[in-house]
Design a protein around this ligand. Structure first.
Ligand code: ATP
Ligand code: MG
Length: 367
């Protein structure tokens, strides 16, 4: 186990800059998740860490060693990919032990490590089977076993669960978490799935267009997003955004859903802002700030309902660009009774839950 220091690593493919200078200190034994939309540079960063792709600049330390110019095999790390590519003609035991055998590990030592890994991953009963005789989740565990027996300084995992069905993914998510708690190996995990990131990570690195947007523990990302992108990316359904104006004076206020909303906690300069409100912070019935809407759609999820409504001229902001197609807002309310589209309802929110962002830069002004 070791800490990992990534210092100013950047990457160009020809003229294309896919990673802006990227710096991150990962603690010994920490579980860090890189998350962001497709093409934002997550796999590129992981491949550079593994030594499968050279960086265009910057340096990488694993423990006390500068590994920037070392070959993958000399970095003492193990990778688990989305395509776990087991050898079909080898048994589970041979698949797990393959890397050790290539390194010339003694048979007794190899058997001991394979048996240990098999016990941890609960695949002991399948050691003599071939991959085609296993379920997807069992195969994924064999791929993890291959990484564990190496006893590396760090695990690098690139979307290892994305080939599994939804139920198995949730199960394996928990298993990888438990595995990490048991053996405590420093892990860098890549996913585009914010729920995976939020549930597995000790710290999350949110990326966009090759650039780090925020590095924080999951709860902090949710409660104190640094900017519009992070606010919109974390949470499901996503935060509602609307353009608004701050009117100054002794008690600055803004207009949201046609209501004057006093701003207590923050004092943004007068002018345009983007206001954000999470769907779960809208409640059914009257409250501190109330307004009436005609839902365009009501989705029932049993004890919860998603109420879609038109923002009444205040456009919903998506990804810091006005998007006509998503100007409907969502309220996520606890309600198991009957509720129909087109029937007027009263919604309310507490102004303390309102987020404000700079309309020009997208940076958080406060909550
Ligand atoms: N060999 C390459 N040559 C040129 N461009 C590349 C190469 N590999 C990746 N890219 C580009 O670099 C950017 C980042 O790619 P990367 O694979 O790191 O994205 P990602 O965040 O892992 O996305 P995904 O979630 O889809 O896996 C993309 O725009 C991609 O097209
Ligand atoms: Mg990728």
């Amino acid at each position: 186990m070791a800490k990992i220091s990534i210092r100013n690593v950047h990457k160009n493919y020809g003229a294309l800059n896919v990673l802006k200078p990227f710096s991150l200190e990962i603690e010994d034994g920490e579980f860090v998740v890189l998350v962001g939309p497709s093409g934002c540079g997550k796999s590129t960063m992981l491949k550079i860490l593994a030594g499968l792709e050279p960086a265009s600049g910057g340096s990488i330390m694993i423990g006390d060693r500068d590994v920037t110019d070392l070959a993958p095999g000399d970095r003492d790390i193990a990778m688990v990919f989305q395509n776990y590519a087991l050898y079909p003609h080898l048994t589970v035991r041979q698949n797990i032990g393959f890397g050790l055998k290539m390194r010339g590990t003694a048979k007794a030592e190899m058997d001991r490590r394979i048996d240990d890994a098999a016990r941890i991953l609960e695949v002991t009963n399948y050691l003599d089977r071939r991959p085609k005789e296993l379920s997807g989740g069992q195969r994924q565990r064999v791929a993890l076993g291959r990484a564990i027996v190496r006893q590396p300084q760090a695990f690098l995992m690139d979307e290892p669960l994305s080939n599994l069905d939804a139920k198995l993914r949730v199960h394996m998510r928990a298993e990888i978490g438990a595995l990490h708690r048991r053996i405590g190996v420093t892990t860098v995990y890549v996913t585009h799935d914010q729920i995976e990131a939020m549930t597995m990570a000790q710290r999350v690195v949110i990326m966009r267009d090759g650039e780090i947007q925020q590095i924080a523990p999951p709860d902090t990302l949710f409660q104190k997003p640094d900017n519009l992108f992070v606010a919109g990316f974390i949470g499901s359904p996503g935060m509602n955004f609307m353009t608004s104006e701050v009117v100054g004076g002794n008690t600055p206020h803004t207009r949201i859903f046609g209501q004057d909303v006093p701003l207590h906690g923050v004092r943004p300069p007068p002018g345009n802002v983007i206001a954000g409100l999470r769907p779960e912070h809208l409640a059914l019935g009257a409250g501190p700030v109330s307004f009436k809407v005609n839902p365009t759609l009501v989705e029932s999820l049993g004890s919860e309902k998603y109420i879609y409504f038109d923002s009444g001229g205040q456009k919903r902001m998506r990804d810091h660009a006005e998007d006509e197609t998503t100007k409907s807002m969502i309220a996520r309310v606890d309600h198991s009774g009957r509720l129909d589209a087109g029937e007027e309802v009263t919604l309310s929110f507490d102004p303390a839950e309102l987020y404000l962002f700079d309309a020009e830069t997208g940076k958080a002004i406060g909550k």
